[in-house]
Design a binder for this molecule. Structure first.
Ligand code: NAD
Length: 110
């Protein structure tokens, strides 16, 4: 996945986020998972943060098995401390955060 630059009109990847570090919330399934996979294919290091930590770890393993770089961690996006931990983990693991996909949508927060 690294350094790939081809014709995007043919559906090939161009390394558009090469070397970036992406934190994707709710990345264990659905839109978040698809986004995490695409970000990795485009060259980003991806942290998949999800309430479903087993799913997050499986998604990261799937990305790594295809040559990408990814980690799966627990996140409860409704809890400030948990968000802080996810951000701190990402910054410590990869030195920075350059892409933040706030994919988890929450309502009725108290
Ligand atoms: N799919 C659609 O058509 C659509 C349309 C409009 C908006 N949305 C919104 O986009 C977001 C993603 O949609 P989706 O269809 O991929 O959903 P999904 O249910 O497939 O995936 C959501 C992911 O977020 C995780 N999650 C849920 N609550 C969490 C929390 N508090 N902390 C951390 N992780 C949590 C789940 O474990 C799951 O992996 C949702 O907020 C949804 O409301 C989706």
């Amino acid at each position: 996945m690294k350094g790939i630059r081809h014709d995007s009109q043919r559906g090939q990847h161009m390394g558009r986020v090469q070397g970036k570090v992406a934190l994707v919330t709710g990345g264990a399934s659905g839109i978040g998972l698809s986004s995490a996979i695409l970000l990795a294919k485009e060259g980003a290091k991806v942290v998949i943060a999800d309430f479903n930590v087993d799913g997050a770890k499986e998604a990261a393993e799937q990305i790594r098995s295809q040559g990408g770089e990814a980690s799966g961690i627990f996140l409860d996006a409704s809890q400030e401390d948990s968000i802080r931990e996810a951000v701190e983990y990402t910054a410590k693991q990869y030195d920075t955060i350059t892409v933040l996909f706030n994919n988890v949508g929450l309502s009725n927060l108290k």
